[in-house]
Design a binder for this molecule. Structure first.
Ligand SMILES: C[S@@+](CC[C@H](N)C(=O)[O-])C[C@H]1O[C@@H](n2cnc3c(N)ncnc32)[C@H](O)[C@@H]1O
Length: 218
């Protein structure tokens, strides 16, 4: 059964005993998401409007941080996220992620989680969300995207999510100069991305992680 855990920055993550895996870094969930997906993804990618695709909606933390950022900016953001195992409402209502996102955080957090699956809805200024209830390995992205948040469980735990075939599906849905960010800097992930037409850069990671990947579609 999923367990709520408090990470080093005080923000929550979830531990999945069956996989022996956390949803985020135990060194700081909010800190990690901000560093990888916002600072090195959202801020780096200059597309306007910005179409984002996320693998693994999970707790909605990346969606929340992106919505807050979008509402404070000028770009229209369309955020599509796929999730095979939506979390129970009781665990979602226990999450403290909105404590880290200022005054507007709670309302946006609630809107993100109460929004229906499989249709696009406006959550707040400049942020539209489409949560897809589905399996990424059988339902890869169908639209066109500028920024990919690749946030599956680790390649050791779910190798089927990180294959060359899956990155080739991602590549086909990514615009030229589109950006992919992920927390795994494993050699095989790097090679698969390169084979699928991405130029891969290794960046220093957040606390507890030596390196992360940012890849740009050729
Ligand atoms: C590392 S967590 C994602 C964390 C999330 N981005 C967040 O902000 O909380 C990985 C997520 O991928 C989901 N997942 C696992 N297998 C999947 C699949 N085949 N298709 C779609 N989602 C999957 C898990 O249920 C989990 O929510």
């Amino acid at each position: 059964m999923n367990q709520l855990i408090t990470t080093s920055d005080g923000s929550h993550t979830i531990f999945v005993p069956e996989l022996n895996e956390h949803y985020h870094s135990i060194h700081g969930a909010v800190q990690e998401s901000k560093f990888i997906f916002i600072n090195n993804g959202f801020d780096f990618c200059k597309a306007d409007p910005l179409n984002i695709y996320e693998v693994g909606f999970g707790t909605g933390l990346n969606a929340l941080l992106t919505a807050i950022k979008s509402s404070a900016g000028a770009r229209e953001v369309n955020y599509t996220s796929i999730e095979k195992y939506p979390l129970d409402e009781n665990i979602i209502s226990s999450l403290n992620h909105h404590h880290f996102t200022g005054k507007a955080g709670k309302e946006i957090f609630n809107s993100i989680h109460s929004s229906p699956w499989n249709i696009s809805v406006n959550i707040c200024k400049n942020f539209n969300l489409k949560k897809i209830k589905g399996d990424f390995t059988v339902e890869p992205p169908s639209g066109r995207y500028d920024l990919i948040y690749f946030d599956a469980f680790g390649p050791e735990k779910q190798p089927e999510m990180w294959t060359r075939e899956m990155f080739s599906e991602i590549a086909a849905a990514t615009n030229k100069n589109g950006v992919l960010v992920t927390y795994s800097a494993k050699g095989e992930v790097k090679r698969n991305l390169k084979t699928c037409g991405f130029e891969v850069t290794l960046l220093p990671g957040p606390p507890g992680k030596r390196q992360i990947i940012r890849a740009v579609k050729n």
